[in-house]
Design a protein around this ligand. Structure first.
Ligand SMILES: Cc1cc2nc3c(=O)[nH]c(=O)nc-3n(C[C@H](O)[C@H](O)[C@H](O)COP(=O)(O)O)c2cc1C
Length: 202
């Protein structure tokens, strides 16, 4: 059973969440878990202006995903930072290259799930995940979120991401806040949950 975790991260926050999602998926017996980044669309010059070069170097060891790897997976967990309440352009461009998969029905019946990050608490995490689900449904995927059995989304004692739609982290205005323990626990839970469902379907 192949579980693919594919993400974009500019400043490293979602990279850390993606690692936690993969850790969670690996807890499930027979899960073969792969971590991938989507291709970058910005030039080095633009990334430098955005102050992202150092963070990008730290993620350089993660291989870039191909469309064929989507087709080979039984479950795919997608990670995208919020951009104006939607997925980032890099992820959009990657998904827009999956027309062939759509034409062949290659993703039909596979599990799809989304996790995210935003700068602010109310900066569009839920809209990012829910609008992402539209694409997954067009591809015929079985959409899975983060159930309330992950109790960490119920607490109000600390600032935290995570909702029934998916795990999330609040990165701060300059990406300075790395995922909290609770947010990482949500990411791990989602990875395990998705892999278990994929196992049942398989
Ligand atoms: C063009 C652009 C649009 C953004 N839009 C939002 C937004 O609508 N709400 C928000 O809270 N953060 C927004 N952000 C902040 C990013 O979501 C944040 O930098 C990201 O989640 C950090 O994750 P990363 O370290 O994995 O890149 C935006 C950032 C950029 C560059």
């Amino acid at each position: 059973m192949n579980v693919l975790v594919v993400y974009y991260s500019m400043y490293g926050n979602l990279h850390r969440m993606a690692e936690a999602v993969a850790e969670g998926a690996k807890q499930v017996k027979d899960a073969n878990v792969t971590l991938r980044r989507v291709p970058e669309t910005l030039s080095q010059e633009v990334l430098a202006k955005m102050g992202a070069l150092e963070a990008q170097k730290k993620m350089a060891h993660v291989p870039v995903c191909t469309v064929a790897e989507l087709a080979a997976a039984d479950a795919i967990l997608f990670g995208t930072p919020t951009r104006f309440g939607n997925m980032c352009g890099q992820m959009r461009q990657f998904l827009d290259a999956t027309g062939q998969l759509w034409a062949k029905g290659s993703l039909v019946g596979k599990v799809g799930s989304v996790f995210t990050s935003s700068a602010t608490q109310h900066g569009g995490q839920e809209s990012t995940i829910l609008s992402f689900h539209t694409t997954l449904l067009h591809q015929g995927m079985v959409v899975v979120g983060l159930p309330y059995t992950f109790g960490g989304q119920m607490g109000i004692g600390e600032i935290t991401g995570c909702s029934p739609y998916g795990a999330s982290t609040i990165a701060g205005g300059k990406g300075e806040r790395m995922p909290s323990e609770n947010e990482l626990a949500g990411a791990r839970f989602q990875g395990t949950h998705v892999a278990k469902i994929a196992q049942k379907l398989a």
